[in-house]
Every structure is written in structure tokens, then in C-alpha cells.
Design a protein. Structure first.
Length: 280
């Protein structure tokens, strides 16, 4: 596996804390089949369903029982068989082979879903009996998808957990009222999903137009992204979103001050999907 960028907390997994601007091989004894990046930590899943994390650990986000940062991949989730792992800003969640959901790390806003706001340096069970088909982590909130129904927990200050009314902390999973979803993706303080129809819905913070409904008004329930496009894939950044159609066209919306929307001329923001001009 190769990583690059800032490495202040060892999040690149080189065994050092020196950054690099080009891909370099991370130190790992296994071949990884999946990887997720949080604020300053990284986690990965091996072919044998073992999870490892590395990088910043000041909130216990590595799940190793302490708050010491690691600069090489370190066994997490107590060595249990894991089928999925996702990283938020300072927390991590995983689903085990038995269907249980475990979370660890920062929890001031309930993002661990364990009915408390106390942080954990070791995996703690999310208070739910549901088995999720998909997990996703945002800045300070987490969501799961069960038979097309979305459930979220954690921060809901901007409506990102989709309960219909902003709330500081949701300490256990709450059902999101909306269409049946096939995928979810979480930004810093907003959430998006693709409905079974292919239409995109977003909710939460919208100051940069990341909900895509032609406004800059926060939304606390799933809101249809304008434009009429049907998508097959969607991914959220901190404050922007990109999605791809079946024909391979890519549309982006939200914050664009650093060129993250991929337009020929950077713009501060787009409140509806804008087609990215791709080279021939």
C-alpha cells in the first residue's frame, strides 16, 4: 500500500513522522483490501478480515487501549474478524463478522453510538440490534444502511444526522426518514446518499451549497439534489460532493475555493451539480 501527504502523527504508516509529496510504501505485514482515512489517522482491512490502524491517537481513535500515536499499522478492534471499517475526524467504527458494530475514539457528540458522550480507547458496542449493509463516518457523526434504511448517530448540530430537527448529540442510532438508499457518504457536517432511483439526496450543513438544492440553507432531512441527474456513485469531501453518472460524467457541487469542484475556473461554491470538463 502506498500513501502520501502530511505525516505529523504517522498517519502514512512509514514508521516515521516525515511527510512526502509522492506515493511511498507504508510499513505493513499484510496485503490490504480496503482503506479508510480519518482526520489524522488511517485504518485498513486485510484479506483475512483483520483491521489495523495508525496515525494520531489523542482521542483513542486507533482503538488500542491508549492515546499514544502509532506510525506503523497496529492491530485494532481487539483482533476480531471485521467486515468493514470507517474513520471519522477522531473516531473509528467497524462491523464484525457477527454483525455487531463497534466504535472507539472521540465521543463528545455521541459519534460512538454507545448511549454516552464518553470517549473510548477500546472498541465499544453501538447500541443497536441491527445489522448494517454499509457503514460511513463523517467529521463527528456516523451512519449505517440497513436494507435501504439509513440510521445515523453523533453530531446533529447542522442536521447532518437527518432527524428533522438539529440536536447537539444523538448517542444511539436514529432512523432517517427518506427514500430507500443504496449508498451513503458523509462529509464534515453533512450527509449524502443515492436513492434506489439513482437520484442524490443530501442533508446537514449547506453554507457552501453542499446539499445541492440551489440554496445555502441547512437541511435536517434528506433533500433532493437539483439537476435531475441519476448517479451510480457518490463521494463527499469536507464541504463538497462529486457524483458519477452511468455514462461516466462527473458532477460536483459545494465548496470550490481550492478548485475541488474540478471546474476550469475555480469558484467559491456551487449550489447545484456542475459538470466537470474532462480531457478527451
Amino acid at each position: 500500500m502506498r500513501c502520501w501527504g502530511d505525516n505529523t502523527f504517522g498517519q502514512l504508516g512509514f514508521g516515521t513522522t516525515g511527510g512526502t509529496s509522492f506515493p511511498a510504501t507504508a510499513t505493513a505485514p499484510f496485503d490490504f483490501v480496503g482503506v479508510t482515512a480519518g482526520g489524522d489517522h488511517t485504518c485498513a482491512l486485510t484479506a483475512t478480515h483483520v483491521a489495523e490502524c495508525w496515525g494520531r491517537n489523542s482521542s483513542g481513535e486507533l482503538g488500542v487501549g491508549d492515546t499514544t500515536s502509532r506510525n506503523v499499522p497496529t492491530l485494532t478492534a481487539e483482533g476480531r474478524a471485521v467486515t468493514a471499517i470507517v474513520a471519522g475526524a477522531s473516531h473509528t467504527c467497524a462491523q464484525t463478522s457477527t454483525g455487531a458494530v463497534l466504535c472507539w475514539g472521540a465521543n463528545a457528540l455521541g459519534q460512538l453510538g454507545d448511549s454516552s458522550t464518553t470517549g473510548q480507547t477500546e472498541p465499544d458496542s453501538v447500541r443497536t440490534s441491527m445489522v448494517f449493509d454499509l457503514l460511513a463516518a463523517g467529521g463527528n457523526h456516523t451512519c449505517g444502511l440497513s436494507s435501504g434504511v439509513a440510521y445515523c448517530w453523533g453530531s446533529n448540530q447542522r442536521g447532518e444526522s437527518g432527524t428533522g430537527a438539529p440536536d447537539s448529540a444523538l448517542v444511539a442510532p436514529v432512523m432517517v426518514s427518506g427514500p430507500s438508499f443504496t449508498v451513503l457518504t458523509l462529509g464534515s457536517d453533512f450527509t449524502c446518499g443515492l436513492a434506489t432511483s439513482g437520484s442524490a439526496y443530501c442533508w446537514g450543513a449547506n453554507d457552501n451549497g453542499q446539499v445541492g438544492d440551489s440554496t445555502q440553507t441547512d437541511r435536517s432531512t434528506p433533500t433532493l439534489v437539483q439537476g435531475g441527474q441519476h448517479f451510480t456513485a457518490i463521494a463527499a469531501g469536507a464541504s463538497h460532493v462529486c457524483a458519477m453518472t452511468a455514462s461516466g460524467h462527473i458532477y460536483c457541487w459545494g465548496e470550490g475555493t481550492s478548485g475541488q469542484l474540478g471546474l476550469a475556473v475555480p469558484v467559491p461554491l456551487k449550489t447545484t451539480p456542475a459538470l466537470i470538463p474532462l480531457p478527451n
